[in-house]
Design a protein around this ligand. Structure first.
Ligand code: FES
Length: 149
């Protein structure tokens, strides 16, 4: 969908800034906001570019650089740490051959670490885009990632 069509879905109200940024990022197959997006949002909402840039760069859910089709967010908070999430993170890095904040060569996966996902009862956990996946262990990771290939 064209950028202008997305903007038209929202009233010209600065309270819509975050929702507009989400819609633009979700519309981008590389899962990020380019600077052209930010400039156009500033014009559309009649607010400063620096305000839009500040919001887009403050929230970790937004990215200003291209990412993979799937964003893998592995919980790195205390409960998951106690359930060996550091081993899970290392295993995912080995499986995808990338480090944190990197994207696989085929542009499929970007690995990010995350704060608590609110699913401590199934720790350790991660999200792949909108899917929350718990009870991770070094044995089930490979089959989980196979589903997204
Ligand atoms: S600490 Fe990992 S989901 Fe809560």
């Amino acid at each position: 969908m064209e950028r202008k069509e997305i903007l038209k879905q929202f009233k010209k109200d600065k309270d819509n800034l975050i929702n507009i940024l989400h819609a633009l990022q979700n519309n981008n197959p590389q899962n990020y906001l380019d600077l052209g997006n930010l400039k156009e949002v500033a014009i559309y909402l009649n607010i400063t570019y620096s305000h839009v840039y500040g919001v887009a760069s403050y929230y970790t859910m937004f990215s200003l650089k291209p990412r993979g089709k799937y964003i893998v967010r592995v919980c790195n908070s205390p409960v998951c740490n106690m359930e060996k999430s550091t081993e899970i993170i290392k295993e995912i890095k080995d499986l995808l051959l990338i480090d944190e904040d990197e994207t696989t060569n085929d542009k499929k996966f970007t690995l990010e670490l995350s704060e608590c996902l609110g699913r401590c009862d199934t720790a350790p956990g991660m999200m792949i885009n909108e899917d929350v996946i718990g009870n991770l262990n070094t044995e089930n990771l490979k089959s989980i990632f196979e589903k997204y290939k």
